[in-house]
Design a protein around this ligand. Structure first.
Ligand SMILES: *Cc1c(COP(=O)(O)O)cnc(C)c1O
Length: 379
């Protein structure tokens, strides 16, 4: 360590200057604490289907030395059948995070060198998925950030036009639907009105849509500038394998396909995703269990004095009673329950709680009751 470097390169001077100020995405914690009830990162509490596990296990042999299919062909064909489109309408990525990043690179000009600033703008509502600003910043794009209504519903297009803050020309607009971290679902009709008003690409990020009443997939097949992003992570218990995809117009998909890494989707992930699509019945039963647990947990926390927002996802956003949300985070952690708290002003009074198994939900309610009872009596 004390040796003088062999050359006088200054490593920091070698890095693109705008990365100096970049705030990286902050993932939820993955602590290794025995017995911890982990309700902080919206993972599915149920394991993948036994058929998926068997398919992955059967593939772990000498073939790992081979490259996987470069276009995830079998998976794209199955997804096309599922969604009533062609494989040319599907792009698979290393998680949907990768396809969101590819879209930023394909559709947005970095602000320096952009012929028009419109082409350099990434736009999204707040609060929504906290990866969007990171993708814009990495790319050197402009950000246009507009608040959702205070109850996390979507502002009407007429209001967006009146307020003038929203950019109908933005090169890329991200909409998390259903919304995270609020859990709010949006009607396809209102999403369609918004899409029709946008001149640039619109991405409907449907990471949680399997827990919702409606999905907007039809818009991706109807409008050439609309892409729907889906993931196997949350609803299909496959976070570990990193598989997500876009559905959209073949021309947009072809552009994204040009710039992706040739082997962006790992082989075991492709196998797991194909096996998942072969056993959708298993997953649909899990969605129903999670939705039932979500509704019961919402009622029980409401009875304890929480303000629970309506959710169409596998998590709830809830404002706890008696103590500030940040204090609740620690108090629950002391009882080995991990939830998520965001310091963002619009949600800092809330906890985001992933829906676990019925037993985990019961443990949470028991812990919450104890915490409420520990409140010093009012004077
Ligand atoms: C989890 C999540 C993703 C990313 O999913 P991966 O496929 O695991 O990369 C994308 N969008 C939203 C809104 C999410 O919550």
């Amino acid at each position: 360590m004390s040796k003088r470097p062999a050359t006088n390169h200054k490593p920091l001077s070698l890095i693109r200057p705008h990365l100096g100020e970049l705030h990286a995405y902050v993932p939820g914690e993955q602590p290794q604490i025995k017995g911890l009830i982990k309700l902080n990162t919206n993972e599915n509490p149920y394991p993948p289907s036994p058929k998926v596990l068997a398919a992955v296990q059967a593939s772990v042999d000498g073939r790992l030395r081979l490259y996987p299919n470069p276009t995830a062909q079998a998976l794209r064909e199955q997804l096309a059948t599922l969604h009533g489109c062609r494989p040319e309408n599907i792009l698979v990525g290393n998680g949907s995070d990768e396809v969101l990043a590819l879209a930023t690179r394909a559709f947005v000009e970095p602000k320096r060198g952009a012929s028009s600033l419109k082409r350099a703008t990434v736009q999204y509502f707040t609060p929504s998925y906290s990866l969007y600003p990171v993708l814009a910043d990495i790319h050197g794009a402009l950000k246009n950030v507009v608040a959702l209504n205070p109850d996390f519903t979507l502002p009407h297009v007429a209001e967006l036009k009146r307020s003038r803050a929203w950019d109908f020309q933005a090169a890329l607009t991200f909409v998390t639907t259903p919304n995270a971290p609020s859990g709010r679902g949006y009607a396809t009709a209102e999403l369609e009105t918004l899409c029709r008003a946008q001149k640039g690409v619109v991405i409907l990020d449907e990471a949680y849509v399997d827990f919702a009443e409606e999905n907007a997939l039809a818009l991706a097949l109807k409008y050439p500038h609309v892409l729907v992003a889906r993931t196997f992570s949350k609803a299909y218990s496959l976070c570990f394998q990193r598989v997500g995809y876009f559905v959209g117009h073949a021309d947009l998909i072809a552009a994204l396909d040009k710039i992706r890494d040739s082997y962006n989707v790992n082989g075991l992930g492709q196998i797991a995703a194909v096996a998942t699509l072969d056993d959708l019945k298993y997953y649909r039963a899990n969605f129903q269990k999670i939705i039932a647990t979500r509704e019961k947990l919402s009622r029980e926390l409401t009875a304890l004095g929480f303000r629970v927002l309506p959710s169409q996802t596998n998590f709830i956003l809830a404002r706890p009673p008696a103590f500030p949300a940040e204090a609740w985070l620690q108090k629950l952690r002391d009882q080995k329950i991990l939830v998520r708290w965001f310091s963002t002003p619009t949600v800092r009074e809330f906890l985001r709680i992933t829906i676990g198994t019925p037993a985990e939900a019961t443990a949470l309610v028991t812990a919450a009751r104890k915490i409420c009872a520990s409140r010093p009596p009012a004077e």
